[in-house]
Design a protein around this ligand. Structure first.
Ligand SMILES: Cc1cc2nc3c(=O)[nH]c(=O)nc-3n(C[C@H](O)[C@H](O)[C@H](O)COP(=O)(O)OP(=O)(O)OC[C@H]3O[C@@H](n4cnc5c(N)ncnc54)[C@H](O)[C@@H]3O)c2cc1C
Length: 401
């Protein structure tokens, strides 16, 4: 075992090279700290995840120059999906900012920035445990070439995702709810001759019309479908992202959903076969709404999905990336010598309520999609409220935070 037990090389160990860990490392390095990111996988994951950053984090990324020279832009959409509704925000000065970007591309840009500013990213390094004391944290790491090493630094941050080892080792609870529904998601090819589409809907002979970008509710669940080239201009015209939503029963979420299971689910929900030829990146997910009880224990912190998970899209990256920015400020100040408890607790005081607010919003969206009677009543009330553009804009303002 090789041991590097002083903290003269790195002063913050960041676990996880997802968007949160990579932005945190870039921010810390920019502030003059020496972060090291430990990532268990050798290469960034190929599985498609988020397609964009919604809200304040998009503006923060632009302000930091992350988008410079990439051809990517932050946009202010005139419409935005909120559960089964479309918030009509108006063409002028929409309150919401969105950066359309596949998560993989975002991670590439953030890694390049972090490394360019002096952060170290070590892939193939899985953290297996850690201990903290009055002056720092010692982390045990297993590498892909079977070496075991120890690293020490003054602070540790778990940006290690929803199944966070850091959160578990610190004994921090992750209370919340798990949905009784399941979503099956995939990229599919629908041959041009099998359907006709315009900017708002796609029509399948024998099935009928499905609105694009929105939930299409049926008796047995709902289906959402969107052309990929609306999200990524280089995508082929006949490529779509589709998801079915229905009651979960005994089904377990999986990253390797078979094409047959996807077809069967779509058939149950639509009552007919969706005419797609190929499917890839098929997976199923069960929505969770959970938040870590606290974000700090001693010299160890949580950020991103390790700290919170939301049951509807759009908030996770915004909240996780904004966590990273706030925590980098806290740690940089602590490393400059202001390591008092009030400063260190400031991160949680600022960011815990932000995720709680986002949880409320995502839960409301989830509740609005429930196919039962309560869902129907809620949808009726929201449909009335959202006739008023000011109400839609107010909701968008809250999503932006
Ligand atoms: C299908 C899908 C669609 C999504 N769509 C959206 C969307 O539209 N908008 C949105 O905002 N969000 C979306 N999300 C959520 C978004 O992808 C996550 O919020 C985001 O990835 C969280 O980033 P993170 O850096 O906190 O954690 P992760 O991206 O989970 O990164 C954690 C990293 O830690 C590493 N790691 C874990 N344990 C260890 C260990 N012990 N040692 C070393 N490394 C470790 C993992 O390998 C991983 O690379 C989606 C997610 C999925 C699955």
């Amino acid at each position: 075992m090789s041991i590097q037990t002083d903290d003269t090389v790195h002063d913050v160990i960041v676990i996880g090279a997802g968007p949160t860990g990579l932005l945190l490392a870039g921010e810390l390095a920019t502030a003059g700290a020496r972060p090291v990111v430990l990532e268990r996988t050798l290469h960034p994951a190929e599985t498609p995840k988020a397609n964009g950053v919604v809200g304040r984090a998009a503006v923060e990324l632009r302000r930091r120059g992350v988008l410079r020279g990439t051809g990517l832009h932050v946009v202010r959409p005139p419409r935005f999906r909120y559960g089964p509704f479309t918030l009509r925000l108006g063409l002028l000065r929409s309150p919401l900012h969105i950066l359309p970007i596949p998560q993989r591309r975002l991670e590439e840009l953030l890694e390049r920035r972090a490394v360019g500013r002096g952060a170290v990213v070590l892939r193939g390094h899985e953290v297996t445990g850690f201990e903290q004391d009055a002056t720092g944290v010692t982390v045990r790491v297993a590498t892909t070439d079977d070496a075991e090493i120890e690293l020490r630094a003054r602070y540790l941050v778990g940006c290690d995702g929803v199944h966070s080892l850091v959160r578990n080792e610190l004994g921090i609870g992750f209370p919340g709810t798990t949905s009784t529904g399941i979503a099956r998601i995939a990229r599919i090819t629908i041959p041009e001759h099998a359907a006709t589409r315009d900017s708002a809907e796609i029509v399948f002979p024998g099935i009928g019309r499905l609105a694009l970008f929105q939930q299409n509710q049926t008796e047995h669940g709902s289906v959402t479908i969107a052309p990929m080239n609306a999200l990524d201009r280089s995508a082929p015209f006949d490529l779509y992202i589709v998801s079915s939503h229905e009651e979960r029963g005994d089904a377990q979420p999986t990253d390797e959903l078979s094409e047959a299971e996807l077809r069967a689910s779509l058939r149950r929900v639509l009552g007919a076969d969706l005419p797609f030829t190929t499917a890839y990146a098929a997976r199923s997910v069960v929505a969770n709404s959970r938040q870590a009880e606290c974000y700090r224990r001693g010299r160890s912190f949580l950020a991103g999905d390790a700290a919170h998970i939301f049951s509807a899209g759009g908030s996770a990256l915004n909240i996780g990336l904004t966590d990273a920015i706030a925590l980098a400020e806290t740690l940089a100040a602590a490393l400059r010598g202001r390591a008092d408890e009030t400063l260190l607790d400031g991160y949680q005081a600022q960011r815990h309520p932000a995720a709680r607010r986002a949880l409320a919003h995502t839960r409301v969206q989830h509740a609005l999609e429930t196919p039962d009677e309560t869902g129907e009543v809620l949808r009726g009330v929201f449909a009335e409220l959202l006739k008023d553009r000011a109400a839609a804009r107010r909701i968008a303002t809250l999503l932006e935070l």
